[in-house]
Design a protein around this ligand. Structure first.
Ligand SMILES: Nc1ncnc2c1ncn2[C@@H]1O[C@H](COP(=O)(O)OP(=O)(O)OP(=O)(O)O)[C@@H](O)[C@H]1O
Ligand SMILES: [Mg+2]
Length: 493
């Protein structure tokens, strides 16, 4: 589909600010279409022909509250001025041109308004409104809608609609059919549609509002005051008890630069809010589950610790302590998730926790400094858990093995372990580096049968489909061991 910006570029000589204005107009114009029960198209002269012989259709919108008159998608089509003489007239004179036009889809002619869109002191486009047949004579409300529509049309030609500040239609915003209250320049209600009155009833406003200000009926809306005072659109939600919520949207009306009133669109959003609350409840439930998982894991780890204390055999003690540490490092991830549940988790927080964990468990053996550089942003949880576990193993190894019998008898050497985290392309990269004794000459990662590195290999290669390399760093380059772990952040399942 071609966009308004592309069409303007291809067919017209409109500048960037003009196009921006038209984009804002089309972001808000479903309000106009609904107020007038009309189809609307936005056209501008096709500059490739001279003398406004042809007009290109830049945009089209259908009313939400009536059936459409134009079945075709006209966007991007070029219309001869001969077919649409009123368009040319409006463009050339800068005045609204009103008449009739024959529409092939229905019999007979339909009323058409051609409204010049003025911006920066000149007419940049024409808004064409094709009104469908009203069902019988216009009701009081229909007449009221049409009068608001007419005021907004004048604003389009005065460049006071669309608003600079905000769009006034779109997903989630109240629509014409949801309820309208028209307020005059002094804040007095001129009329309220039945739907609007119902919504006010739900807020506890039972008195008739017409002829009074909303404040006099007991409903004080800052948004209305702001809209009248500053001439800007404003939104406000009013809640009553826990189950009623009404959303108010104020659309200011101007005449010759002066605010002459406000159209208040309102929508009962109680159901939506209740749904939101359910979703929030669900989030709270997920958080609670993580919290419990974490607690259970902590219980397991303290059981292991107790058991380790009771053992006399050194190997058993060490094995139990390690099992305890591994369980705790899984608990760390659930701890973070219990604070902010979701598909993603801020990995930085997990890193901080595992560094504390490593310091806590093994630093007592050797005083070593752990330095973390960079971070990995947010990661999917099913990546974060195994990665956190692998990093815990590797950091523990560095602290545990790199500085054994290293640094001379007086141990002057300051052990430093750095963890560098970065994102490279779609990969998360973690480099663990120590300035210790390096790996044994015959060390081979692939044949290591010890538990720690077997776990790491399995996590990184099989679970995370990533790669891991371990190498001793030559003495001239600082010595020690360097481990590089690379895992794709978009996991293929
Ligand atoms: N940063 C390092 N510096 C020096 N040697 C290391 C380093 N990391 C690992 N190693 C060597 O690799 C061996 C295997 O490590 P691995 O983690 O698999 O087992 P472990 O730490 O001995 O026992 P555990 O199963 O409790 O982790 C270690 O025993 C150690 O000799
Ligand atoms: Mg180990």
């Amino acid at each position: 589909m071609t966009t308004l910006a592309e069409l303007s570029e291809d067919f017209t000589s409109l500048g960037e600010v003009d196009v921006d204005h038209l984009l804002r107009l089309t972001a808000s114009w479903s309000l106009l279409a609904d107020l007038s029960f009309s189809d609307m198209v936005l056209v501008a002269p096709d500059e490739r022909t001279s003398g406004y012989e042809e007009f290109v259709v830049l945009g089209q919108v259908r009313p939400n509250n009536r059936s459409t008159l134009i079945v075709d998608d006209l966007i991007g089509s070029v219309q001869a001025s001969g077919e649409w003489p009123l368009v040319r007239q409006a463009y050339e004179t800068g005045k609204r041109a009103v008449g009739e036009v024959a529409i092939p889809a229905i019999e007979g002619a339909v009323p058409v308004w051609c409204i010049p869109v003025r911006f920066g002191g000149r007419v940049i486009a024409v808004l064409v409104r094709l009104q469908g047949p009203l069902r019988g004579p216009a009701s009081l409300y229909e007449r009221a809608y049409l009068s608001i529509f007419e005021r907004l049309c004048s604003m389009v030609s005065d460049a006071t609609f669309p608003y600079r500040e905000d769009t006034v239609a779109g997903p989630g915003m109240p629509r014409v059919g949801d309820g309208i209250i028209l307020i005059d320049h002094a804040g007095v209600v001129e009329f309220a549609t039945p739907n609007a009155s119902n919504a006010l009833h739900r807020l506890g406003v039972y008195a008739a509002t017409e002829g009074k200000t909303l404040a006099e009926t007991g409903l004080r809306l800052r948004a209305v005051e702001r809209s009248l005072e500053y001439g800007i659109p404003a939104m406000e939600e009013v809640d009553r008890s826990s189950d009623v919520a009404i959303l108010f949207h104020c659309v200011p009306l101007f005449d010759g630069g002066v605010v002459t009133g406000v159209v208040l669109l309102l929508r009962d959003v109680s159901d939506l809010r209740q749904l939101n609350r359910l979703v929030l409840n669900k989030e709270a439930a997920v958080r609670e589950v993580h919290h419990r998982v974490k607690n259970n894991l902590q219980t397991i780890s303290s059981l292991l610790r107790l058991q380790a204390r009771r053992s006399d055999e050194h190997d058993t003690v060490v094995a139990l302590q390690e099992a305890e540490r591994r369980v705790r490092s899984i608990a760390v991830v659930h701890e973070v998730l219990s604070r902010e549940p979701g598909e993603e988790v801020v990995f930085d927080e997990i890193v901080r926790s595992i560094v504390l964990l490593v310091e806590d468990t093994v630093l007592a053996l050797h005083p070593v400094e752990i330095v973390v550089n960079g971070d990995l942003g947010t990661l999917p949880t099913d990546l974060a858990t195994p990665l956190a576990l692998a990093l815990t193993e590797l950091l523990t190894n560095a602290v545990e093995h790199a500085f054994v019998n290293f640094g001379g008898p007086d141990n002057e050497h300051v052990g430093i372990v750095t963890l560098d985290l970065s994102l490279e392309g779609g990969d998360a990269v973690a480099e663990i580096r120590d300035n210790g004794r390096g790996l044994e000459d015959d060390f081979k990662l692939d044949v290591a049968t010890s538990l720690g590195l077997s776990i790491v290999r399995d996590l990184v290669r099989s679970q995370l489909r990533g790669s891991i390399e371990m190498m001793s760093v030559p003495y001239v380059e600082g010595g020690g061991t360097l481990i590089r772990v690379v895992v794709p952040t978009e996991m293929v399942t």
